[in-house]
Design a protein around this ligand. Structure first.
Ligand SMILES: Nc1ncnc2c1ncn2[C@@H]1O[C@H](COP(=O)(O)OP(=O)(O)O)[C@@H](O)[C@H]1O
Ligand SMILES: [Mg+2]
Length: 441
């Protein structure tokens, strides 16, 4: 087995690897440091961090209503009352995390300035994804000098919960517990944690807790026990997708602090926003596009960010998402994708499941492995469709019922055959074999 190819990752790392490519084959003269060239290079960024997702901006355009819903409820904590539990919903990149962080930090700041004991405990349940670890993380964030750290694993959950309650009571006041990306934890481990945390006020003596769950899945409550649902969802706030116009405002705001003045040419912000608006109005996608476009412009030694930098950035970001998706497919899924690509190599379009199955079976024979049933392959085709690697359109043909018409939809700058071949030498061999293609089956 050959190892998977290392690729540039523009998502967070930026273009560092791209820059270093410039030095491949370049002779560095004696006494010259290979980094000398970088030092003199004019950066287009004032502060790249401001254009990353992790940055919490000081203002959040187009989230006034959501900020108001949160603050109207959480202000109760400043009066010593328990705010209602809340669920915040919305697709990714709608500002749920940024808005909640902003409101919570303002709340803590206000609490401190007026002498009210209000604390926020924020946990990202995608990173910390078991009940035990979430409770331990919160407990340890309240660790006092004379207390022992809750171990990474090993205690019963009840003991961790008891310890957390004890530490909350020691500190006293009102706690806002924010479970970000809670849908992830609930799908993986059930809703016990929500049951336990929303029940805490019945045992806490010197403190009170309110729970805010943030979900990227709009159907999150379907996964909850009705009792938990009614306790947690006392107040729901839906974060709607940003429109292209709203994304433009967000980008302009961030760009004015993160990029040098006057370097963004006409149409750039509009193009980034239009692309992101199609991606479910995702502000994260808009920010990525602008940041990577600036990196592309820098790499071109351009003084300006132009529309073609945005297009290149878009292709690059798409490729960076699609390549790991292909590489990490299970073996059977890779075989089915290969069978579709081989059909396309024969010039086929709107491929039928039968044609895919035919090539798939031949590939299995070359591989000395038993093929799964056509029905199973049909399921694997649907999975590839869900992952966005292919389009499998259902076509109704009179009384004959429905058939699927399958076409790959991998961006043109990614060669899936190369990606598969490089991910595993078995596939490299499979693409070299001669297949018996029967045309339209
Ligand atoms: N209204 C806004 N103004 C400025 N930046 C925003 C706004 N909404 C989202 N962002 C930015 O977009 C990125 C994604 O937002 P985030 O809060 O992480 O979305 P979510 O939690 O809904 O997935 C973050 O960098 C965030 O700062
Ligand atoms: Mg988030």
């Amino acid at each position: 087995m050959r190892g998977t190819r290392t690729r540039l990752n523009y998502g967070n790392a930026g273009l560092e690897s791209g820059k270093s490519n410039k030095y491949i084959g370049r002779v560095n003269k004696v006494g010259e440091n290979i980094f000398d060239g970088f030092k003199s290079k004019n950066s287009l960024f004032l502060n790249k961090e401001i254009l990353r997702h992790s940055y919490t901006p000081e203002s959040l355009p187009h989230r006034d209503q959501e900020i108001q819903s949160l603050s109207y409820n959480l202000v109760e904590a400043l009066h010593g009352q328990i705010p209602s539990n809340m669920i915040l919903y919305g697709l990714t990149g709608q500002g749920k995390t940024a808005t909640t962080n902003f409101v919570c930090s303002q709340l803590e700041e206000k609490g401190q300035s007026i002498g009210k004991n209000v604390s926020t405990l924020i946990v990202n349940c995608r990173q910390i994804d078991t009940q035990y670890r979430v409770l331990a993380n919160m407990g340890n964030s309240l660790l006092q000098q004379d207390e022992i750290e809750i171990p990474f694993t090993g205690w019963p959950n009840d003991r961790v919960l008891f310890e957390l309650s004890k530490r909350m009571d020691n500190k006293g006041g009102v706690f806002i517990i924010v479970l970000d990306e809670i849908d992830h934890l609930v799908k993986k481990a059930g809703d016990d944690i929500l049951y336990n945390l929303t029940n805490m006020n019945s045992t806490l003596k010197n403190s009170r807790a309110c729970v805010i769950g943030i979900s990227n899945d709009l159907k999150f409550t379907d996964y909850l026990d009705p009792r938990v649902r009614s306790r947690l969802g006392q107040l729901d706030v839906l974060f709607k997708p940003y429109s292209a116009g709203q994304l433009q405002d967000i980008l302009k705001n961030r760009a004015s602090a993160g990029l040098k003045q006057g370097i963004i040419k006409e149409g750039v912000i509009e193009l980034c926003s239009a692309i992101a608006a199609q991606e479910q109005g995702d502000a994260r996608c808009a920010l990525d596009l602008l940041r990577v476009s600036a990196e592309m412009a820098e790499r071109d030694n351009s003084e300006f960010i132009l529309q073609h930098h945005v297009r290149t950035a878009h292709n690059q970001i798409e490729a960076d998402q699609i390549i790991p998706t292909i590489q990490s497919l299970p073996a059977q899924q890779k075989l089915v994708l290969s069978a579709i690509l081989l059909n396309e190599r024969f010039g086929m379009k709107n491929i039928k499941t039968g044609s895919v199955y035919d090539i798939y079976k031949q590939a299995c024979r070359f591989n000395n492995q038993a093929p799964v049933t056509q029905r199973h392959v049909s399921g694997l085709i649907s999975n590839l469709d869900m992952l966005g690697l292919i389009n499998a359109k259902k076509v109704f043909k009179g009384r004959g019922g429905a058939t699927k018409e399958i076409n790959s939809c991998i961006p043109a700058n990614v060669d899936p055959i190369e990606v598969l071949s490089q991910s595993d030498e078995v596939f490299e061999e499979l693409f070299k074999k001669k297949y018996n293609h029967q045309g339209r089956l």
